[in-house]
Design a protein around this ligand. Structure first.
Ligand code: SF4
Length: 387
């Protein structure tokens, strides 16, 4: 073992520092967690800070919250692993005053305080705002998919809902064909299932409607300058035919100029997924020499949302400032990527949207805290938190 770095003998007598505090450096992030939780009004956040008069004393919500914030900052999200960490991790021993709640207590706290945990995340965002860390009024929006823990029978896609609804409808038909008192009860049960699934479908439809860009219209109407590429929904371009971009809209006449030099005129409107869609085509299609490049049907039909001008405006704005998409990427994609990396292969520990919301808040809080620690450092941040 000569010429290698050698460890000490396990039998070597050593003098530990007099205080646990000596193990924790002045700028250790665990001190920020401690100060942040201690300075917060937990009652206002929605935690139960008044102990019950009877029964075994419970852990203070501050203790439990510290465990979670520390855990999420250090990529330990599971309650069982957090329990182990409280028993062997010096930083956690310091943070909790050597308290070691069991995993069930740790898990129950996260499960029972979903709203309050979300408020804590919001509180940290408010602190960041006070610190002027959001100096630019630039909001980048993106979507991301996170793996959830859910039984396959309890997660629904539109196709799956449709399939299951058909199955249930078939079952109902079968039940109703056997009209006697015993079967009637089962039919009622199935009917309840259908209603429940129909509700889900209707909620999904509402969500689709909500996502179909009305939000962009609202942005424009309320003076928010949005940058967004116009969605290309037509499949013609993929088939090698002229795309919608090859048709130039003329506001004055409410017509399109087609690649064949003809005028594509308005024909009728109809509602699709809650939106008024205007339909256009040209009578010249029938004798058009370049029809093969344009459509496989009789006429090339163009659909236009009644508020499509808004999409054209935001699209044109983006073309003038193409760097906006790069800024959006660097602003919003980094947090999602980092949070997913920290989450590991299994993203969420809990089930149901409400509980997952609390978990996501803890991840976001940990991400924000790490960013602020990186920007400001632990000691200045603690000074701000205690000011
Ligand atoms: S097929 Fe119709 S829409 Fe297409 S280029 Fe010819 S005339 Fe214009």
């Amino acid at each position: 073992m000569k010429r290698f770095v050698e460890g000490e003998s396990r039998q070597q007598l050593i003098l530990f520092p007099d205080q646990l505090d000596d193990y924790i450096a002045e700028d250790n992030p665990v001190r920020v967690v401690d100060v942040f939780v201690d300075e917060m009004d937990l009652l206002k956040m929605g935690f139960k800070v008044i102990p019950a008069d009877t029964g075994r004393p419970s852990y203070h919500p501050a203790t439990m919250l510290k465990i979670y914030i520390y855990g999420y900052l250090n990529r330990v999200q599971s309650s069982r692993r957090l329990e182990h960490e409280t028993q062997r991790n010096v930083e956690l021993m310091w943070l909790l005053g050597r308290l070691t709640p069991d995993f069930k207590t740790i898990a129950d706290f996260r499960k029972n305080n979903t709203k309050a945990i979300q408020s804590v995340c919001r509180e940290f965002v408010m602190i960041c705002r006070k610190l002027d860390l959001f100096s630019d009024a630039f909001v980048a929006i993106d979507g991301s998919k996170f793996k959830a823990v859910n039984h396959r029978d309890l997660n629904f896609t539109r196709a799956k809902l449709k399939y299951r609804l058909n199955l249930i409808n078939e079952s109902i038909a079968k039940y109703l064909s056997q009209v006697d008192s015993a079967d009637r009860q089962e039919a009622l049960v199935a009917k309840v299932c259908v209603e429940r699934l129909e509700n889900k479908i209707s909620n999904l439809k509402k969500e689709v409607k909500r996502l179909n860009k009305e939000e962009i219209l609202e942005c424009e109407q309320s003076g928010i300058i949005a940058f967004l590429p116009k969605p290309q929904t037509s499949g013609n371009q993929a088939k090698g035919l002229f795309g919608k971009r090859d048709f130039i809209y003329r506001h004055e006449s409410d017509t399109y100029d087609c690649p064949g030099g003809e005028q594509v005129t308005y024909r009728f409107s109809r509602e699709e997924k809650g939106k008024i869609i205007r339909r256009y085509w040209s009578s010249a299609c029938l004798s058009c020499p370049i029809k093969a490049q344009c459509t496989t049907g009789q006429y090339r039909r163009i659909s236009r949302w009644e508020h499509e001008t808004v999409l054209e405006v935001v699209d044109a704005r983006l073309e003038q400032q193409p760097d906006m998409m790069k800024i959006r990427k660097s602003t919003v994609e980094h947090p999602f990527g980092t949070i997913k990396y920290w989450m590991g292969s299994t993203h969420f520990q809990m089930k149901t949207l409400k509980k997952v919301g609390a978990e996501m808040s803890l991840h976001v809080l940990a991400y924000n805290m790490k960013r602020v620690l990186k920007i400001m450092g632990a000691i200045p941040l603690m000074k701000v938190l205690t000011a």
